[in-house]
Design a protein around this ligand. Structure first.
Ligand SMILES: C[S@@+](CC[C@H](N)C(=O)[O-])C[C@H]1O[C@@H](n2cnc3c(N)ncnc32)[C@H](O)[C@@H]1O
Length: 206
């Protein structure tokens, strides 16, 4: 089944992990791609709502998957070595991460917006970014690979990403961000303009 580049990219990052928890699995496409390519051994597909979880059950039929209706990590008792939280807003991902277990699990986080909010949250809650990726799938999507641990970020790293800033594939993404800011800048109020100007400078100097 043809799936989006974003979904395939996320699924390919599951390689090397055994038991994957997909929070907010919806259609279950990320796990489906991972199973079809023999990247993972088993999975837990969870969602807040029954309807998407039923969709996942249909799409993941025949694979070793447990299905759980849950709000984020709440009520998930099973072990996993990788959790994916993708395709949601940054604030929702931070709320879900508040309940992440205190273990050595890895997390793949992909916020649809405000990646800087997510990076700031991770610093303040003792998570460490171990890799970052950008994928163009009509829009640019940034994926963070995260574990528990301390990290220090420069001011510019909040926006550019401490690892992504060293990857050449990030340059078109930064250029797009700068263009978007230039477009909204004249319409913003004075306080917001100050922040946007700072962001613009960071993206343009990247
Ligand atoms: C836009 S879909 C993203 C699907 C998939 N993860 C992806 O990346 O394509 C968001 C899904 O997250 C679920 N969701 C929203 N809040 C949640 C929460 N607190 N815990 C679990 N699932 C949640 C929604 O029901 C929906 O199915």
């Amino acid at each position: 089944m043809a799936r989006s580049k974003r979904i395939e990219y996320l699924a390919n990052l599951t390689k090397g992990f055994d038991r994957v928890l997909d929070i907010g699995t919806d259609h279950g496409f990320v796990l489906a791609h991972a199973f079809e390519h023999n990247l993972i051994k088993s999975a837990i597909a969870s969602d807040l709502r029954e309807k998407p979880l039923n969709q996942a059950k249909t799409n993941l039929k025949g694979y070793p998957v447990e299905y759980i209706i849950a709000n984020g990590f709440k009520g998930i008792q099973r072990d996993f070595d990788l959790a994916i939280i993708a395709g949601m807003g940054a604030y929702l991902i931070t709320e879900i991460m508040n309940d992440a277990p205190q273990g050595n699990q890895t997390y793949l986080l992909q916020a649809n917006d405000k990646i800087e909010i997510l990076r700031e949250y991770l610093i303040n809650h003792e998570f460490k970014i171990v890799d970052e990726y950008v994928v163009l799938d009509k829009f640019f999507y940034v994926i963070l690979k995260v574990v528990r641990g301390k990290m220090n970020l420069l001011d510019e790293d909040i926006y550019l990403g401490p690892i992504l800033k060293n990857k050449s594939e990030a340059l078109p993404y930064y250029a797009k961000k700068a263009k978007q800011i230039e477009k909204i800048l004249p319409h913003a109020d004075e306080k917001r303009q100050e922040i946007l100007k700072k962001m613009l400078k960071i993206y343009k100097n990247s």
